[in-house]
Design a protein around this ligand. Structure first.
Ligand SMILES: [Zn+2]
Length: 715
């Protein structure tokens, strides 16, 4: 079951998780008073193969408002029918009925999520801005419905005596606690205040998205000469982008997105260009113009703090973290601070390694726009390895085949391309049928949207258009992966970096999690935020296993396998640059937590960021991966606010899980893979996640595996 908040479903990577506002859909679909469904494609049951697929080829953007209105009204009618049911509350007539409610609105939101993330336009943004607050208000109407809560509370009170099995008990408990957390026990005045906060926030999130997207849709113009050192495929892509943007002949356009910016920062010998490109990128949302997000962020943080207080929590972070594995800000901070000092120390070593190379260029101090460039020089000198040397072996289609192969070895998931057989929302999107390789049963359909383009948000993410929930008869999962690789010029191969390949496998790990999930109740289909990134991060490990490299990392021209010497060099350098990677991420996660544990929420974001980094001892040679003005995880919805630490929390489990495969001597050990699937991947949130981990590994995850992987001291 998806969140009713657009921000959650539409914008953040892992929409298939059940975010905070989820557990409250309701409706005895049957019992609810019915209304005539208007003639609107968005409101029709999906038809065609795979138990129905989204009708992308028939959707028109101007149909969304009417569809939202009808979907919301229908859901609220369904909820009212449950709340006003004269029968005494039972698990069936209350909790199960709620699980079934709002299904039609779910489908409208699934489609809108793609419009707001993959196909955005001023029209889509205007709809988002208008309807996010309305959806938020509808969500509150359910959360704050006293009659509905009364039924849930009655059931909860008698939970030991109504014959529930373990999953039903978990669902009831979570539903009850979720309602309380979202304000069900407040008085009427407080409830009105809460709803007002929520709607204001929903509007602010969509505003933030529009501004960020606007700044990411800009280009840095460069000449051919300035692009010296940059690989040919990157230059070709920049030339196509310039042409498309109508720039004068001979100029190149560097999009203001991570995958376009990083290669320039890594390879351009022109220091002035590097600085210009870097500044444009790190100043997104922070240019004092119409797209500046600072005031908006201050408003969001204040609203969140006030809301937390109203709900009886000390801070937004305390409130947000109730339903996580970590449970409290202190616990998350403890893990982060266990890793932070080693990471900073490693950055200082990395900078020292770079200095001699910089000196040769007459560069005294390493500036942030120099880091990737000299790091690449060190990599070349220390390991005789250049990113550019790897790329010819990482042709996108081959690497995609490799990740499919790996999923089949581990989980019997078989992917067969069927592009052209089902509608897609953009001509470059490819589709794949997903079957169980042993039984031949169809388990899903996979949509792969690979390329960056105007109107598509940056980054990479995975979603489902339909998740598995046996209760609803939703058996075939419609999943998607979305990346932002720069589209090659016509006729050119699509060569990706090791980083991009890891991202590809990461998002695919989310998809695997969706396809293997086998739950009954939609609300138990998601996972806590700090668990969600675990299956995806684990999946990255199989990219550099020998069978994948031998079979799929083949030279794009000659088909030759990756030379043994190159593989050895990649293996030797696997702990290289972990200082940079860790500090870049952790500084963002720490600032997030520091920001959202401000009890009064009053901040000047610019100053707060500066002070927080100074307090942490941030190395001056680098910046946060996401500065506050562009930190979409935090401000495009509530989803990852006080939650960016989740990646580290998940990685702790990931490293410890990978260690199990390594210790067995076989990365494709089926016994371990079977346990991983049985206890952790297929169970959604039907069992306690910490307990599930113990069932799999026989103990809690050990953080030492993570420290070891990153090459940091373990004591
Ligand atoms: Zn992820």
């Amino acid at each position: 079951m998806k969140t009713i908040l657009l921000g959650g479903a539409a914008v953040i990577a892992v929409a298939a998780v059940t975010p905070a506002f989820a557990a409250q859909k309701a409706s005895a679909a049957a019992a609810a008073a019915t209304a005539v469904v208007p003639d609107n494609i968005l409101l029709k049951k999906w038809t065609g193969p795979y138990d129905g697929v989204p009708p992308w080829d028939q959707v028109k953007v101007d149909q969304f408002p009417a569809a939202f209105q009808f979907g919301i009204d229908e859901m609220l009618r369904e909820i009212d029918a449950i709340a006003n049911n004269p029968e005494y509350p039972s698990f069936e007539n209350t909790i199960v009925a709620m699980e079934k409610a709002g299904e039609r609105l779910d489908y409208v939101q699934s489609i809108f999520g793609v419009y707001s993330s993959n196909l955005s336009s001023p029209q889509v943004q205007a709809i988002n801005k208008e309807w996010s607050p309305k959806l938020s208000a509808a969500s509150d109407k359910i959360n704050l419905n006293p009659k509905l809560f009364d039924r849930i509370a009655k059931l909860y009170e008698h939970r030991e005596h109504v014959g529930l099995d373990a999953k039903q008990m978990r669902l009831l408990t979570r539903t009850y606690e979720g309602f309380v957390r979202r304000g069900a026990k407040l008085n009427d005045v407080q409830k009105a205040q809460l709803s007002d906060y929520n709607q204001q926030l929903a509007g602010a999130f969509s505003d933030f998205n529009s501004r960020l997207l606007a700044d990411e849709s800009t280009f840095t113009q460069a000449s051919e000469a300035e692009m010296a050192g940059v690989p040919a495929d990157v230059k070709n892509a920049a030339a196509s982008a310039a042409k498309e943007a109508g720039m004068p002949a001979g100029s190149l356009a560097i999009a203001n997105t991570r995958s376009a910016v990083d290669p320039v920062l890594t390879f351009a010998t022109d220091r002035g260009l590097r600085e210009r490109v870097w500044r444009a990128f790190v100043q997104r949302g922070d240019n004092g113009n119409a797209n500046d997000t600072n005031a908006l962020i201050a408003r969001i943080v204040k609203l969140r703090a006030d809301r937390a207080k109203l709900l009886g929590y000390a801070t937004h972070a305390d409130w947000r973290m109730q339903d996580t594995m970590a449970k409290s800000p202190a616990k998350a901070m403890e893990l982060m601070m266990r890793v932070w000092p080693s990471a900073v120390a490693r950055v200082h070593e990395e900078v020292a390694d770079m200095k001699p190379f910089a000196a040769k260029d007459g560069v005294g101090a390493i500036e942030p726009w120099d880091y990737r460039f000299y790091q690449e020089k060190v990599r070349k000198a220390k390991y005789d390895l250049s990113q550019d040397e790897i790329k010819p072996y990482f042709e996108l289609n081959n690497i995609v085949k490799g990740m499919f192969w790996s999923a089949e070895q581990l989980y019997d998931l078989k992917f067969t391309e069927n592009t052209g057989k089902v509608p897609v929302f953009q001509q470059d999107v490819r589709t794949f049928e997903v079957t169980n390789a042993r039984t031949g049963d169809v388990v899903g359909l996979f949509y792969l949207d690979t390329y960056a383009r105007q109107g598509k948000r940056s980054g990479a993410w995975a979603t489902t258009y339909r998740s598995r929930a046996r209760l609803l008869g939703d058996n075939i999962v419609l999943g998607s992966n979305n990346n932002n690789f720069t589209k090659p010029a016509p006729g050119q191969p699509m060569l990706i970096s090791l980083d991009d390949a890891s991202t590809l496998w990461h998002e695919f790990g989310h998809a695997i999690h969706y396809y293997l999930s086998d739950v009954n109740y939609p609300s138990l289909g998601g996972s806590p935020r700090d668990f969600v990134e675990y299956p995806s991060q684990v999946n990255e490990n199989w990219l550099l296993t020998r069978p994948v490299l031998d079979k799929f990392a083949r030279h794009y021209q000659t088909g030759a396998p990756m030379p043994e010497a190159l593989i050895k060099k990649i293996e030797a350098s696997d702990k290289f640059n972990q200082g940079f990677a860790t500090v870049e991420y952790l500084s963002s996660a720490l600032v997030d937590m520091m920001l959202h544990t401000q009890p009064d929420g009053v901040v000047d974001p610019d100053k707060f960021e500066r002070d927080a980094l100074a307090k942490l001892g941030m190395p001056k040679e680098m910046v946060m991966r996401h500065r506050l003005p562009q930190f979409g995880h935090l401000f495009s919805s509530d989803a990852y606010s006080a939650g960016y630490y989740s990646y580290l929390w998940s990685e702790t489990m990931d490293a410890d899980t990978w260690a199990a495969f390594e210790e067995s001597g076989n990365p494709y050990n089926r016994k371990i893979a079977d346990g991983f699937r049985t206890y952790l991947l297929s169970t959604g949130n039907e069992t306690d996640r910490a307990e599930a981990y113990r069932q799999f590994r026989g103990r809690d995850p050990d953080v030492k595996a993570l420290l070891k992987r990153r090459g940091f001291p373990t004591n």
